[in-house]
Write a protein that binds this ligand. Structure first.
Ligand code: ZN
Length: 141
């Protein structure tokens, strides 16, 4: 990592690793459920400003906490203003809906980009185990 000055802790001067104060802030973060929508939106906007001063997996986890649903990586780059608005106003404790996946997750991908969608047939996924069970029973008899 090239040396940089943390956007949030410039008093630390130039550093060449993730900012320990930013990581400490993450570890001591507030429960998103106890925050107002405006507080969540403000934190999300701040979080995505300036230099990358903490590991991306911590940022991704916090974005999901603030928005209140799973967030796909491409959404972070392509629809941050939408995510900030969701942090402010999306109903809490609500699973992501099919409409949200279509409109926000898939809908945010530029039309000229190829998309591969995999769906799982859980019955088909279980059948190899069932076949294994039958074979074991066959051996007993
Ligand atoms: Zn920092």
């Amino acid at each position: 990592m090239a040396a940089y000055t943390c956007t949030f802790h410039p008093e630390r001067g130039e550093i060449d690793d993730f900012c320990s104060l930013c990581i400490k802030e993450h570890e001591e973060r507030r429960d998103a459920e106890s925050m107002t929508g405006d507080e969540r939106a403000t934190e999300l906007r701040r979080l995505c400003t300036g230099k990358l001063s903490r590991p991306m997996d911590l940022i991704h986890k916090r974005i999901e906490e603030l928005v209140g649903r799973p967030v796909w990586t491409h959404e972070i780059g392509l629809r941050m203003e939408g995510l900030i608005e969701e942090a402010r106003s999306r109903p809490r404790n609500t699973p992501i809906s099919g409409d949200e996946i279509r409109d926000k997750v898939i809908g945010s991908i530029p039309p000229d980009k190829p998309v591969i969608i995999l769906t799982a047939d859980m019955d088909a996924a279980r059948s190899p185990l069932q076949e294994g069970e039958e074979k074991r029973e066959d051996r007993k008899s």
